[in-house]
Design a protein around this ligand. Structure first.
Ligand SMILES: C[S@@+](CC[C@H](N)C(=O)[O-])C[C@H]1O[C@@H](n2cnc3c(N)ncnc32)[C@H](O)[C@@H]1O
Length: 366
């Protein structure tokens, strides 16, 4: 079996992540090979697995870090082993990790252990980090260095399953890629913004795009980033938000990220036609308020109805409206039935930090 790379993404966009990762791995000369049954068995929601050509060496993969520019991923690790344990206790987990040989530990100057955990266990992540760290320190006679570590040993515990590997990403994760000056509590995570742009068709063919609920500007930042990374000319990008703080914040974030020329204004999403020329946009990609906190007291029927009405005016024929809809999908479906100018092309469920949203892709009729 070749080297296995295991990466995390948002549940619901694993296909986008797999495709992006495969492209980056191919460009770096690492295959990837078809995923074997054993490697596929490591797949869980939000986990993507690649198996590299057998010729690749772990040092080479660690040195080149081929997925460092991935937009769809949070963290990336070279998989070492699945840990055999009872699924609950720290003692059993530590016995399991003690049986695993971590060959890279032999030549490293320093290391750290970190743990990410989903589910209920008799212990916390810092317990794993501390205990496993001291086992490794003793066994390989290597120093722990929490900041300047040369090797990052990672435990990923998901329910009763536990994996260990060498993490390639830093402690921050690939999703934290912009210098947000304005960072409200609820922002879209960048891998989801990226997946929306891919699924909408923007990533392959960037053209005039607007985000009418732009908040801190994540979708606009990502739209600019995708176009420039692919060496394509930046298309006209614009955003709006009803809240002046968000408008000013998005402008600051775009400036801090070095993205020029994005027009962000204080507009109600239901009034797009008042500021944008008719049939001027190829894409509207957006994340309207939903969830208990954000949509509290909102008349979602009127919001969706007004959005579809104004989007229908400013989108070009065959233009795309991609939006996230929360748990009130019944309301959205009812609104959609009243807007025959839009054809439903795709729906998928995406998990966003414990909240499930549906991504709808609608196309304006010609
Ligand atoms: C879920 S947040 C968007 C988050 C954004 N994608 C980000 O990453 O920061 C929804 C945004 O919609 C704005 N909003 C709510 N109702 C609106 C309306 N009628 N028109 C325009 N913006 C509105 C809110 O002020 C909020 O910033």
């Amino acid at each position: 079996m070749g080297i296995i790379i295991r990466a995390t993404t948002a549940p619901g966009i694993e296909d986008v992540a797999y495709e992006e990762g495969s492209l980056l791995l191919r460009r770096a000369g690492f295959g990837p090979a078809a995923v074997s049954e054993a490697a596929a068995a490591l797949g869980l929601p939000g986990v993507v697995v690649w198996e590299l050509e057998p010729k690749a060496a772990v040092e080479e993969v660690r040195a080149t870090d081929p997925l460092r520019r991935a937009r769809s991923l949070f963290h990336v690790a070279v998989h070492v082993a699945e840990i055999e344990w009872d699924g609950t206790s720290l003692m059993s987990l530590l016995e399991g990790v003690a049986r695993i040989e971590l060959a890279e530990m032999r030549d490293t100057e320093s290391f750290r252990v970190s743990c990410s955990r989903v589910g209920t266990h008799d212990f916390q992540s810092p317990d794993v980090e501390r205990e496993w760290g001291s086992i490794l320190q003793e066994r390989y006679a290597t120093a722990v260095d929490l900041e300047g570590y040369a090797l990052h040993v990672k435990a990923d515990i998901v329910g009763a399953r536990a994996f260990c590997g060498y993490q390639l990403t830093g402690r921050k994760g690939l999703d934290r890629r912009y210098p947000w000056v304005y960072h409200p509590r609820v922002t879209l995570r960048t891998p989801i913004a990226y997946a929306m742009l891919v699924i909408a068709g923007y990533a392959d063919r960037p053209q005039a795009l607007h985000d009418p609920f732009c908040g801190s500007g994540t979708i606009l930042l990502e739209a600019a980033g995708v176009a420039s990374e692919r060496g394509l000319r930046l298309p006209p990008l614009s955003g709006g938000d009803r809240d002046l703080r968000a408008v000013e914040g998005a402008r600051l974030n775009l400036k801090a990220a070095g993205v020029p020329g994005v027009d962000v204004r204080q507009i109600d999403a239901r009034e797009l036609a008042a500021t944008l020329p008719p049939r001027s946009l190829s894409f509207i990609v957006t994340n309207p308020p939903f969830g208990i906190r954000l949509a509290k007291g909102l008349n979602l029927f009127s919001l969706y109805d007004g959005l579809l009405d104004s989007a229908g005016r400013v989108l070009k024929p065959r233009g795309v409206l991609a939006l996230l809809v929360g748990r009130r999908r019944g309301v959205f479906n009812k609104v959609l039935r009243g807007h025959p100018q839009f054809a439903l092309e795709h729906v998928r469920i995406i998990e966003m930090g414990g909240v499930y949203a549906a991504l709808y892709l609608l196309r304006r009729s010609s």
